[in-house]
Design a protein. Structure first.
Length: 360
């Protein structure tokens, strides 16, 4: 893919959009939640994805599908942008989505493959439905201010905050070699990504909520030191709000809802991951129908008869139900009723057919 499709034009476009925001007539929100005023902020949604491997079904359901929905107007409204972490109506905001290649350097990587991985990720985002005419798509490393702001923020971030991050503890424990400073400082770079564009909302999964809360803490510390607490000072770095999927599997009336948190096909207690050594653990967006069918048939389940949802007792079957719910739009309760008398083999074939119908 020619690099000129996004290298300087789209990176430059992102900066031009930010610089022009004060001159544009866009929905804005004040600190108190009312529009206009000196403290008004343009509605902005920011998120990123690492270029480590081919995007998989979990990436799509957990992030990319939300981005596509946001461009269609499903997101935060002017009235709730400063008061609520969730939202129901949305139009007119600026959407910024970055392929965050600097974040990909925090774990072992193949430098020779990185450029191709970045372009492949961009192609996957476009193929999934992100419209470059309605979204700003750019490579993180093309905007030097990400790294510059990360350094400034690191100088006001207590070391203890970073050492308490759950993801750092998990990755450091799993690393075969000593962890890098980059891995420890990963959340600071994430904070810089968000705060650089004065984002009002950030779509996040469960595993990133702690990092976004840290972003808000860093912004508060920075503002206290350099902005709002100084004579005549103002809020330098506005705090963003999370857009989080409802954290429950049971809704009113007892109906269960998929959390769009897709787990590994081989170990359904772990999240589906691009970095998993086994290709059978994930359904990649580039998989053929035969590859999808093979992976679903080999998915870990159990020997219990019948199909019912139980994340603790039957994680494999529950994961396949979540996948079916994500690709069909049906509730888990509806699918439980539909598959109640299915054998495991027939159930897996039906789930594979549903995935193939959606993506192939």
């Amino acid at each position: 893919m020619p690099s000129q499709l996004w290298r300087s034009p789209l990176a430059a476009r992102s900066l031009r959009a930010m610089a022009a925001s004060a001159r544009r007539s866009s929905p804005t929100v004040s600190r108190a939640g009312s529009s206009s005023g000196a403290a008004a902020r343009e509605l902005r949604v920011f998120s990123g994805i690492q270029p480590t491997g081919t995007p998989h079904l979990g990436n799509y359901c957990g992030a990319i599908a939300k981005w596509v929905a946001l461009q269609e107007g499903d997101g935060p409204s002017e009235s709730d942008a400063s008061t609520s972490p969730t939202a129901t109506s949305y139009s007119g905001a600026t959407h910024l989505y970055s392929v965050v290649d600097l974040h990909a350097l925090t774990v072992p990587f193949d430098a020779a493959r990185m450029p191709d991985q970045v372009h492949s990720m961009l192609a996957a985002l476009l193929g999934a439905g992100l419209d470059p005419q309605r979204n700003i798509l750019f490579r993180q490393s093309d905007v030097a201010a990400h790294a510059e702001l990360a350094w400034l923020l690191s100088c006001v971030t207590p070391l203890g905050w970073l050492q308490r991050m759950t993801q750092f503890k998990q990755k450091a424990a799993a690393a075969k070699t000593e962890s890098s400073l980059g891995l420890l400082a990963y959340p600071v770079l994430m904070a810089a990504d968000i705060l650089l564009y004065r984002a009002t909302h950030v779509p996040v999964g469960e595993d990133q909520q702690q990092h976004l809360e840290l972003t808000r803490m860093i912004a508060t510390t920075f503002n206290d030191r350099f902005g709002s607490n100084r004579p005549g000072g103002k809020e330098v770095l506005p705090k963003p709000f999370p857009m989080v999927e409802e954290d429950t599997t049971t809704l009113a009336g007892g109906q269960r809802k998929s959390l769009a948190r897709i787990m590994s096909l081989r170990d359904p207690t772990k999240k589906m991951s691009k970095s998993d050594k086994s290709a059978l653990s994930r359904i990649e967006l580039t998989d053929t129908a035969d590859e999808i069918r093979k992976k679903v048939r080999k998915a870990t389940t159990d020997a219990v008869s019948g199909i019912h949802y139980d994340r603790e007792g039957r994680p494999g079957v529950s994961n396949l139900l979540d996948i079916a719910s994500a690709v069909t739009g049906q509730s888990v309760a509806q699918l439980e009723a539909e598959y109640a008398d299915y054998g495991t083999g027939a159930f897996k074939d039906s789930v594979a057919d549903a995935v193939i119908a959606k993506y192939v």
